[in-house]
Design a protein around this ligand. Sequence first.
Ligand code: SF4
Ligand code: SF4
Length: 453
Amino acid sequence: MSEISSPTSNKISILQKSAMSCVKCAKCVPTCTIYSVNRDEITSPRGYLDLVSAYAEGKLSMDLNLKDSIESCFLCTTCVTQCPMSLPVDIVIERARVDIAQKYGIPFYKKILFYMLGKRSVLNFVFSMGYYFNPCIFKTQDGYKKIRFKIPKIGDRVISPLNKKSFLQTYHGLIESQYKKNHSINNTQTSNNKKVGIYIGCLSNYNYLNVGISLLKILDKLGIDAFVPQKQECCGAPAFFSGDIKNTTKLIKKNLNYLLPFLEDLDALLIPEATCSAMLLSDWHHALEIESEVFGIDNKQYFDKLEVLTKKTFMASKWLHDYTNLDEVLKICKKEEVTVTYHDPCHARKVLKIYQEPRKLLKNFTLKEMNESSACCGFGGVTIQSEKYHLAKAIGDKKAQNIAKSGANIVSAECSACRMQIDDSLSRNDVHTKFMHPLELIANNLENKSNIE
Ligand code: SF4
Ligand code: SF4
């Protein structure tokens, strides 16, 4: 394995480049997620850039205080959207976390998690065991599943649903539109013999199966064939946000080598998850760059493959809105009585600039906007959810209160990480708003349609 290069040994490292450009205007500070809890400049975007700049110049060593500060960032990217120069504070944090992991190692529980995320067969077994031992381990409280006893790093939080079989074990290969087969092709109702791939994401694969099923139902009604590559791997987000660059790039490269041959035959690769979408479309590039910088690895062939992949990769709502007639089809579906408030996942709104499309596709629901719909939900990644859960709770409580104040029946977001965090926050705050993914709402709406058959 190559030795990690010290940040000072590079010509100009990722860390230094951004820090040198910061003009200290403080525009990023008031809306920073972690600053809103800590009220301390050393956990603010401007503070991070100052700290890592000093570290990169060798004036500050990587110690436990610096580690604690850098690991407190939620990677929500709000600062990037506020900064007049769009300084990539998130990439600086991700890069600094690689050095933290190099110096302090990856904690054992994360090593196990990341190992399993890279081994589908093991994860399939673990989740199906969880399903069978469900009643012994979990209790149901106010409609949410919680662990019966306290487990370190997990606490008494809400647990995502467990299933006997994953989405990929159940749905894979070519899934032809039955609607297209059963109806003579009428291009006013179908989307012209399109075929799309589905990259499902781990939470929709193991926990929220109905997300992928809903996407299949929507594609079916539009006359679009689906193809689900069964051996797709985790996008690497949990490892990347924890500084485990080796496991991240291993997953990226496996995915690129596996997915690319299918692309030629597909109109698009759809991802019904904001975090995985942002990983493929943005963070895979950063991760390969960081690996090249830190370990001196030539990733050119993977940058080339990534360029091909990103041209056809879309967050599901974006593609459905921009490239199909779903919007038209929904116009003749019935108006629903339930009201919906939409939470903007950071990776959708701030990274990919997607926020209008899911709202437009929810046209048959009355939307009741919550205050600060684009404020981070407080998920923050594995470290925040385990070692800094108090921070996730502090931010999650604000989100739960804003959801309650909206008065909507349903809260929706195109992200299962947000769903985990929002469900936990709603349960803790005794808010009885139900979470549904926008694709679940749209698929239900299409099934209830009165006059399209
Ligand atoms: S990514 Fe979010 S939490 Fe981190 S510094 Fe920027 S605004 Fe603050
Ligand atoms: S908004 Fe940008 S330039 Fe201004 S202090 Fe924040 S990071 Fe620096």
